[in-house]
Design a protein around this ligand. Structure first.
Ligand SMILES: *[C@@H]1O[C@H](CO)[C@@H](O)[C@H](O)[C@H]1NC(C)=O
Ligand SMILES: *[C@@H]1O[C@H](CO)[C@@H](O)[C@H](O)[C@H]1NC(C)=O
Ligand SMILES: *[C@@H]1O[C@H](CO)[C@@H](O)[C@H](O)[C@H]1NC(C)=O
Ligand SMILES: *[C@@H]1O[C@H](CO)[C@@H](O)[C@H](O)[C@H]1NC(C)=O
Length: 552
């Protein structure tokens, strides 16, 4: 009897050491990252391919699967991908941001190994190094419900990935040079749907061929750099069923504003005249509207898509109202990482409020973006490694950034690694205030949060009475409209080092991101895994022996 228990304990410990649970299935991938030449907007240009694909292959997983990706970097530059929305419970080691991981050097490989534990939903992955994200390396990441868990809609005929993004015709090196020399990357050149833009001259191949009288699931994500996109399908309504990990009240929409980093699952029924139709994605909130198109074809359909595209909505008040229509379906079952904290978030006492104000600056004539007066830079030693090896003080200072900005438009900013010390299991409210004239979109790694409010103007404590404390959607990105604020709430119960970033990549690259360090006081394997074997190390910790692992 004791022997059995011991073996069981050993298995559990071993499983925990690997950061996995032995009983859950594995998905193995070998990914080859290369340059390629494609002409998404008609002129040949350099793109980044994953296994020769652009956008990259989708990861189709099921809750609790172990995902193992051996990634071979065949570019001429260091490269790293993050799995946006994968919560990496106890495992920020696999988050793939520059604060947690060393980039994969050219000609070498690294194995990501993570478990999509207690999650469902539609997400994306994308590169975090340089401006690689501008030219590819992104794709869809889906987590399906396990078979025994009921899903609040009938099984669709098929599950289709729709990646929409604004697009530049410059190379990533040129875009990076612009930013490094203190200039903006300017306006995008076009909009793509799954890496293409239909010409509309009869020569376009359909992106999807669909059977008539069936219902399909489309997972639509905005993997772009800076443009919110309105997505719509000629002649078809979309029934929204899920966003970034939560089943939602199933309203029907003619179009959806998909902000940078955001993902939606919609159901579309092919019950119209059998022919071609355009899916349309067009830029929002900028004067010159750029439009991308892709064809869906009815099997045995007759006739091309009408050149008349459905009109986009106008103004951002429309978009704000749409946000307010998103409600969590409280009765739908689905895996979620923190069930105890999930249902009654509205009645948990807030222990800390962070008010984060984004701003743009010139430092020595060069453009920088900041949060509360701090513009982040990634030190050569990832901040997580510095902390874990006990040499944080040689690499960064905690809490340079105040919980609330001293001034809404600081005259001076600090350009330093921005790492905030948060207390394990605190229930925190984060206010994002955007005083700028441009859109903002934020993403937090390691968690999902309740998106409780977005309103015009500035935030004050009285605004809490306007929060949705009942059925706000638990998700991983939130947009903030110009001159507006947004509020989210969450329990910081996932130990690790987590990136909070502007999804507008130009802004993130020039400093509008930060890390939250969430340490478990017990230093226990129950709260956080040890550094994995074969983990890439770099910078100051390169030749240091790893600290004594946690054993319990
Ligand atoms: C994704 O995986 C599930 C479960 O294995 C499978 O039923 C489904 O057909 C797959 N979907 C796609 C689009 O490959
Ligand atoms: C690199 O790939 C090889 C061959 O597949 C594999 O054996 C090795 O573990 C990988 N290295 C890392 C650091 O993941
Ligand atoms: C919410 O989920 C339940 C349970 O699956 C489902 O029956 C119901 O239709 C959903 N409600 C709405 C309004 O979408
Ligand atoms: C982080 O905050 C905790 C209290 O929540 C404190 O005990 C700890 O010393 C802080 N760590 C640093 C590095 O500031």
């Amino acid at each position: 009897m004791e022997g059995v228990v011991l073996i069981l304990l050993l298995c559990l410990t071993f499983g925990a050491m690997l950061g996995v649970h032995g009983e859950d299935p594995y998905l193995f991938f070998d990914w080859k990252i290369t340059y390629g030449t494609l002409s998404p907007l008609g002129t040949p240009q350099q793109v980044i391919l994953i296994n020769d694909k652009f956008p990259g292959p989708e990861i189709n997983s099921t809750s609790n699967n172990n995902v193992v990706i051996n990634m071979f970097n065949q570019l001429d530059e260091p490269f790293l991908i993050t799995w946006s929305g994968v919560q990496q419970r106890k495992n920020s080691w696999m988050d793939g941001t520059l604060g947690t991981n060393c980039p994969i050097q050219p000609g070498t490989n690294q194995t990501y190994h993570f478990q999509v534990k207690d999650q469902i939903g539609s997400f994306i992955y994308y590169p975090v190094t340089g401006m690689h994200r501008a030219v590819g390396g992104f794709g869809g990441l889906h987590i399906n419900s396990r078979l025994l868990i009921p899903v609040p809609y009938p099984d669709p005929e098929d599950d289709l990935t729709v990646i929409i993004n604004d697009w530049y015709t410059s190379t990533h090196t040129t875009l990076k040079k612009h930013l490094d020399s203190g200039r903006s990357i300017g306006r995008p050149s076009g909009v793509l749907i799954n890496g293409k833009n239909a010409k509309g001259d009869g020569s376009d191949e359909p992106l999807f061929t669909l059977k008539p009288e069936k219902t399909y699931k489309f997972r639509v994500c905005n993997a772009g750099l800076k443009s919110s996109l309105n997505f719509r399908i000629q002649g078809h309504l979309m029934k929204l069923v899920e966003m970034e990990g939560s089943h939602v009240i199933q309203n029907e929409y003619e179009s959806l504003d998909v902000h940078i980093g955001a993902c939606f699952s919609v159901l579309v029924t092919t019950n119209k005249e059998p022919k071609d139709y355009y899916m349309v994605a067009s830029t929002r909130f900028i004067k010159t509207v750029l439009t991308g198109k892709g064809i869906i074809r009815y099997e045995n359909g007759k006739g091309p898509a009408s050149p008349e595209l459905p009109e986009p909505p106008v103004g951002w008040a429309w978009s704000l109202n749409q946000f307010r229509s998103f409600r969590w379906n409280l009765t739908a079952s689905a895996a979620r990482p923190n069930p105890q904290g999930s249902y009654h978030y509205g009645s948990i006492e807030i222990t800390r409020t962070l008010k984060l104000v984004n701003s743009a600056h010139r430092v020595g004539g060069k453009l920088r973006y900041a949060i509360n007066g701090v513009s982040h830079v990634d030190p050569e030693t990832p901040v997580k490694l510095a902390e874990y090896y006990g040499i944080a003080e040689k690499v960064f200072k905690y809490d340079l950034m105040p919980d609330s900005p001293a001034s809404d438009s600081p005259a001076e900013i600090v350009v330093q690694p921005n790492v905030k010390n948060l207390t394990f299991r605190n229930f925190v409210e984060i206010i994002f205030e955007n005083h700028e004239k441009s859109m903002q979109s934020w993403h937090l790694d390691g968690y999902s949060f309740f998106a409780v409010a977005i309103e015009p103007g500035t935030w004050s404590p009285e605004k809490r009475k306007n929060y949705n404390l009942l059925d706000a959607v638990s998700r991983t990105t939130i947009q903030v409209f110009p001159k507006s604020w947004a509020a989210i709430m969450l329990t910081f119960d996932n130990a690790g080092m987590w990136n909070l970033r502007s999804e507008m990549w130009e802004k993130a690259y020039l400093g509008q991101q930060m890390y939250v360090s969430v340490l478990s006081p017990e230093r226990s394997l129950r709260d956080e895994y040890n550094i994995p074997d074969n983990f890439l190390v770099c910078g100051l910790v390169k030749d240091m022996p790893p600290p004594k692992p946690y054993t319990i």
